[in-house]
Structures are given as C-alpha cells and as structure tokens.
Design a protein around this ligand. Structure first.
Ligand SMILES: [Fe+2]
Ligand SMILES: [Fe+2]
Length: 143
C-alpha cells in the first residue's frame, strides 16, 4: 500500500468521528468526541515519530514539516480544552474542523507526496506496516 493511501484512510476516520461529535448531542456527542480525541492523539504520536522527523530532515519538506508540527501542537491543546458538554462546543469544534482540513490538505497534497516521491511501493508498504503495528500498540496501551 502506498503511504499516502494509508494516510488518507486515517484522516478520513478522524474526519468522520469529528463530524459525528458535531452531529450528535448529549452522551453520544461525548462518546464520539472521546473517540475522536483518542484517534487524533494516536495519529499525532505516529506522525511525530515517523513522519515529521523525515520531513524535517529533507530540504524540500522542512518548512512544511515545521509548520505541521506547530499545527499539531495547537490541535493537541484544543483536544484538551474543548468540552463536548459546553454550549459553545459546536462553534469551537467547527473551528477545529476547519483547521484540521487545512492541515490534512497540506499533508496529503504537499508533505507526503514530496516525501514519497520516488520511494518504491514495497518500501512504502513496509513503512505502512510499521505504522499499523505502532498504532495497534498505542491503542492497546491507551486502554
Ligand atoms: Fe498531522
Ligand atoms: Fe495526519
């Protein structure tokens, strides 16, 4: 599997969870929000470990990677701060949604394509496998 394809799947999952939190309320909203936060935090840990260091170490992607790291930290703060039971939740979650779309756009259209340019698919598959295993591990230790 190409790295970008895997990444798109991860982003899609996160997107759907946030949409669910926005479209529901009460207990369902809290549950969806919690799931979204868990998913995002794991995604961030994987990116910080496997994606951003690669990006920072490669000239053509250095700036995008530094910018992505800043956005990740901003997002992490919002995950901690947002309260799904607060009346202003929808407003702030929509703001987060816009920020996330921007971030995803940059990763999918700039960072990853530039990094994976010329990398053979079997090598990309190995990286994807490593990330899938790391995700499994993170999910188990998050429980
Ligand atoms: Fe990211
Ligand atoms: Fe990402």
């Amino acid at each position: 599997m190409e790295f970008l394809q895997w990444m798109k799947g991860e982003h899609q999952e996160a997107r759907q969870l946030l949409r669910k939190a926005l479209q529901s309320d009460g207990r369902a909203r809290e549950q969806a929000w919690q799931k979204f936060c868990d998913e995002m935090r794991i995604h961030h840990r994987l990116e910080e470990k496997y994606l951003y260091p690669l990006g920072e170490g490669f000239g053509p992607t250095r700036e995008i990677a530094v910018h992505a790291i800043e956005e990740t930290q901003k997002t992490e703060r919002l995950l901690d701060e947002l309260d799904p039971s607060a009346s202003w939740f929808a407003e702030e979650a929509e703001e987060l949604q816009r920020m996330l779309e921007d971030h995803i756009e940059e990763e999918e259209n700039e960072l990853v394509p530039k990094l994976m340019d010329g990398v053979p698919v079997d090598q990309q598959s190995k990286l994807v496998q490593k990330l899938q295993e790391a995700k499994q591990f993170e999910m188990q230790s998050a429980r």
